[in-house]
Write a protein that binds this ligand. Structure first.
Ligand SMILES: [Zn+2]
Length: 259
């Protein structure tokens, strides 16, 4: 896509730079620790989010399910596991998105676990110090997901909500994992390491990924993101949060599968 800048002394200037500059940027609203503290007030509309990316993940106002942004469309996997396409006016309290362009590609064999997929991806990355968007497409023997039910005010902490999460095991499925890999130094702001949400190709199931087993034809594409932009909420409730302290253990408990 090119943008027309105008004509100066008969010289017309077109540039792809304005568009290209949007690639390689991870744009995020709010912080993961604010979400852990129960800050589920919407801070941006989905319309605003889509202006900053066509690929990413997050949640919805009132913690109303898991968000997948894929190929410019937002999907909501609600607390019952049903998939919706919410309108652009719906708001999000936390989302992280980018315009996806693959820099690294990899084919994966069948039979790998989530941890093995993550290790194969990590082995290809140029550095642990960058952000990455990770898109995994293909067949899966099994994807284990969760979603969270919509909350009412006063909002409980995320660790409390997750005790009531719904778990889903999706078997013999084709679809896409929409993921981010964030560096260790991003803790408190985003989720260090890999974080995947799943959307089945038939758009009938998905959620926050807790575990999986790969099937046939799995392809990984990774986009290297060297710019990280965080939009902090303009709200008195955000301003009043106590975001001091280390919530890493709480985050790990919230994001992973209980064993
Ligand atoms: Zn998630």
């Amino acid at each position: 896509m090119k943008k027309f800048l105008g004509c100066v002394a008969g010289l017309c200037v077109w540039t792809a730079a304005l568009v290209a500059a949007e690639r390689g940027v991870l744009t995020q609203w709010s912080t993961i620790d604010a979400l852990l503290k129960g800050h589920y007030e919407g801070v941006a509309t989905l319309g605003e989010v889509k202006q900053r990316g066509d690929f990413g993940l997050g949640t919805f106002e009132a913690l109303d399910g898991e968000m997948v942004l894929l190929d410019g469309k937002v999907f909501q996997i609600d607390g019952q596991g049903a998939v919706h396409e919410p309108g652009d006016a719906v708001r999000t309290p936390f989302a992280a998105v980018t315009f996806f362009k693959a820099d690294i590609e990899l084919a994966l064999p069948a039979g790998l676990t989530l941890e093995q997929v993550q290790a194969r991806v990590d082995a290809l990355l140029p550095s642990a110090n960058l952000f990455y968007a990770v898109r995994v497409t293909g067949g899966f023997a099994e994807v284990r997901t969760r979603s969270v039910p919509r909350q009412e005010k006063p909002y409980p902490m995320l660790a409390e909500v997750v005790k009531t999460q719904s778990l889903f095991t999706i078997t013999k499925t084709e679809g896409e994992l929409v993921g981010l890999r964030c560096p260790g130094f991003s803790k408190a702001v985003n989720v260090p390491g890999h974080h995947f949400h799943y959307l089945a190709a038939d758009r009938k199931s998905g959620g926050h990924v807790l575990g999986l087993v790969t099937g046939e034809g799995v392809r990984v594409r990774v986009a290297v993101l060297r710019e990280f932009s965080v939009k902090l909420p303009e709200s008195a409730s955000f301003d009043a949060l106590d975001l001091s302290g280390d919530r890493s253990k709480e985050l790990h408990a919230v994001e992973s599968e209980r064993k």
